[in-house]
Design a protein around this ligand. Structure first.
Ligand code: ATP
Ligand code: MG
Length: 309
């Protein structure tokens, strides 16, 4: 098994609760509250451990909210390694409206970073990477961190002989593709923003993926298509895997669960086709869990076995 490292620059403390109906003016008496340490790479690290693997999970943390975040994460995740910052870790507030089943998700502003802080984060990444390791960079970048930060991380990965996996959007994704990475996992909206095309047909989706491969933006392009599964492309093969049908409770965490399973299998020497099957199983499994809960291992294994049969 190759080592896996995940990097989360902008984690959020997820605060989740339920209320009968969301209305203005009145106090909304909520029932139940749950705190989860959220953020792209952190979620990937949590799912990898759940699936029996291990990852070094580098995450930025600071301030009083960061203390809470850290306490929650460290009890759950063996591989959690904080990158200390001056600012206060942000919060994300999720409300499940019971009368409609709708989810409302409020993302609060996060801390603004100083240059010395993000330079320090790059140093931490460099120290942690080793030849042949997988580095998953996932989630948004905080204010004050330059758009080419992920590209700088990708450059470090190349220098160290590591494989950089990017799950990002917008300018950060674009810069990473200019630098060149091992694998990118845009969803349809993220790839559409990048190419300016609607990507509704499979042909258009394949063309867009092939262009990234030709431009050497990535060696593997995985386009996730929500309930339509995912498209996998390398210079040797292009294939689509449909998503297992599940009764969706909450779509939160599908992308991160997908990436975790994909990278875990690849790091274990699995083929892209097999890692892809494991990934669509994990993405679908995430939908079976309530709220901010990630996928459960038993759901992933069951859905994966069904895909094999
Ligand atoms: N409705 C669904 N039914 C079955 N599987 C799903 C469904 N939605 C998502 N998935 C699985 O999860 C994967 C990732 O989902 P999606 O394409 O929505 O990623 P995303 O937009 O990056 O998600 P996120 O919002 O969590 O970042 C899909 O490729 C698919 O395998
Ligand atoms: Mg996503």
């Amino acid at each position: 098994m190759k080592p896996i490292i995940t990097l989360t620059m902008n984690p959020a403390l997820d605060v989740s609760t339920s209320v009968d109906k969301v209305v203005s003016t009145h106090k909304l008496r909520c029932s139940g509250v749950r705190f989860d340490p959220g953020g792209g790479g952190v979620n990937v690290g949590r799912v990898i451990e759940r699936l029996g693997g291990g990852a070094v999970t580098l995450y930025a943390v600071g301030g009083p909210m960061g203390e809470v975040y850290r306490g929650l994460l460290e009890t759950e995740l063996d591989g959690a390694q904080p990158i200390e910052i001056d600012g206060n870790t942000r919060q994300s507030f999720n409300v499940n409206e019971e009368s409609t089943g709708k989810e409302y998700r409020f993302v609060l502003e996060g801390p603004k970073w100083q240059e010395k802080e993000w330079q320090g984060a790059l140093d931490r990444v460099e120290e942690t990477l080793s030849e042949g390791s997988y580095l998953v960079v996932s989630g948004s970048l905080p204010e004050g961190v330059p758009d080419d930060f992920t590209a700088r991380v990708a450059r470090l990965a190349k220098k160290k002989g590591a494989r950089c996996v990017v799950d990002a959007s917008g300018a950060s994704l674009e810069a990473a593709l200019d630098e060149g990475v091992f694998l990118v996992k845009p969803n349809k909206r993220e790839l559409r923003d990048l190419t300016g095309e609607d990507l509704d047909s499979r042909e258009e989706q394949e063309e867009a993926a092939k262009r990234i491969l030709e431009d050497a933006g990535a060696q593997v392009v995985v386009l996730s298509l929500g309930g339509d599964g995912a498209l996998f492309a390398t210079t040797d093969e292009v294939f689509h895997l449909p998503a297992p049908e599940v009764e969706a409770r909450s779509a939160v965490g599908a992308g991160d669960s997908f990436v975790a399973a994909l990278v875990l299998r690849l790091a274990d020497g699995g083929s892209l086709a097999d890692a892809g099957r494991y990934a669509v199983a994990a993405g679908a499994a995430a939908l079976l869990s309530e709220g901010t809960e990630m996928c459960r291992a038993e759901d992933v294994e069951r859905l994966y076995r069904e895909l094999l049969s």
